[in-house]
Design a protein around this ligand. Structure first.
Ligand code: DC
Length: 234
């Protein structure tokens, strides 16, 4: 797993919402001493910028201009923050409304073009654990370290529901499940870079696995040992 400066180590972690990608990616990044790049947060930041500017979520020319002009950064550390033009927008981009808005802007090819370029530049700088929907198919298709996380929809909705409750957001489990399924359908059926994987990926079902098992399996696979927990990969 040694990486030269010319060949930074890239770990791609793709999958639908609620599979535990963000927590797993953060812990894998910390275990491998790599930056964590949450590409979903980047689509969310552009969706927020569009909503604030009153730009329709399917207005491609305006979204292109807005995404091209925006700067998006992540602060390092245990509690990473997302900065949009220098402003900490972490708390604004995690609402159910912003999830749906991000799913809409992520279907716009011009937005994807701008953000994929930015993600590639970030990854090439120091390597990274990148989480998203198209990391192993479009952003870094050449990396040998590709993981696709899955989980049953009910389990994913339950996790999102608990996250929202923990943040004090009033919500309803059936509504979260319906939105989870709607967002999956949108993300998997859009024309540009739909959520998908191929046999270059290692698929991990997280439904009945602890986060530690998932992280151990991924970090172990990347570093050439098999995970020590029951999530040891096939
Ligand atoms: O991972 P997330 O829920 O924060 O992502 C928000 C939306 O962004 C999601 O509905 C799909 C989109 N997305 C994408 O299209 N490509 C990525 N690499 C990451 C996210």
């Amino acid at each position: 797993m040694s990486a030269t400066p010319q060949e930074p180590l890239i770990v791609a972690i793709d999958g639908p919402s609620g599979v535990g990608k963000t927590t797993a990616s953060r812990l894998v990044a910390s275990a491998l001493h790599l930056p964590h790049i949450d590409t979903g947060a980047m689509y969310r930041a552009i969706a927020l910028a569009a909503m604030r500017a009153g730009v329709a979520l399917d207005d491609e020319p305006k979204l292109d201009a807005l995404a091209s002009a925006a700067t998006i950064d992540f602060t390092p550390g245990d509690r990473p923050r997302v900065l949009l033009d220098g402003e900490d927008v972490t708390n604004f981009i995690r609402t159910p409304e912003m999830s749906m808005a991000a799913s809409h802007v992520s279907a716009v090819p011009a937005v994807r073009r701008v953000l994929v370029r930015l993600q590639q530049a970030m990854g090439r700088r120091k390597g990274g654990v990148l989480e998203g929907r198209d990391i192993g198919t479009k952003v870094f298709p050449e990396t040998p370290h590709k993981f696709f996380l899955t989980a049953r929809p009910e389990v994913r909705a339950q996790r999102r529901y608990r996250e929202l409750l923990a943040k004090g957001t009033a919500t309803d489990l059936q509504q979260v499940l319906a939105e989870t399924i709607q967002r999956d359908t949108q993300d998997s059926t859009r024309a540009d870079s739909p959520l998908s994987f191929d046999d270059s990926y290692t698929v991990i079902d997280t439904s009945d696995r602890s986060i530690e098992e998932v992280v151990d399996a991924i970090a172990g696979h990347v570093s050439g040992r098999s995970g020590s927990g029951s999530a040891g990969l096939p």
